[in-house]
Design a protein around this ligand. Sequence first.
Ligand code: FMN
Length: 172
Amino acid sequence: MSLQFANAKTAFVPDASNTRLLRDAFGRFATGVTIVTTRTESGAVAITANSFASVSLDPPLVLWSPDRNSRRFPFFEDAEHYAIHVLAADQRELCWQVAQDAYALKNRELGINDQGVPILPDCLARFDCTQKAVYDGGDHAIVLGQVTHAQMRDGGDALAFYMGQVGKFAPG
Ligand SMILES: Cc1cc2nc3c(=O)[nH]c(=O)nc-3n(C[C@H](O)[C@H](O)[C@H](O)COP(=O)(O)O)c2cc1C
C-alpha cells in the first residue's frame, strides 16, 4: 500500500479543460532558465524563458517558444535580432523581475551587442541571434535563431527551473 502511495501517479488525456495539469507535467522536466532581450522603440524588452533549446551546431541554431498570449509576444515575433542569456544561480531575483515586467531591465546598466540588442552582464552564457524562422507551435510560437556570436563563463552554478520553482543546480 505504501509502495503504491510512493509511486502515486496522475494520468490524463490532455485537453482544453486540464491545461494546468499538462503544465505541471511539463514542469517535471528540469531546465535551465534564460532571459531573452530585444531592442524596441520603447526600450529594452525582456522575457524569462525556460523553453530554450540548442538545435544545430553547423549551422549554429537555437530555439525558444514565446507564448502568443503574452503581451510581449509581438516584440519577439517581430524581432530580427535578440540575445538569449543563460542565467546563473545568483540571478534568481532577476529571473522573477523579468517574468513580471517586460521593462524590468530599464534601470539597469546594460551593454549593447553588435546588432544593437541590449545585453546583460554576468550570465553563464549568451547567444546573440538573428531570427531565422518562426513556426506554429499552438498557443506558443517556435522561434528559430541563427547564433551570430556566443560567449560563456568558465564555470558557475546554474539557475534551474523544476516544478514551478527555481533553484541552484551545482554540477557534481
Ligand atoms: C522560469 C520561467 C520560465 C518561463 N518560460 C517562458 C517561456 O519559455 N515562454 C514564454 O512565453 N513565457 C515564459 N515564462 C513567462 C514569461 O517570463 C512572462 O512571465 C510572461 O510572458 C508574462 O506575460 P505578460 O507579458 O503578458 O505579462 C516563464 C516564466 C518563468 C518564471
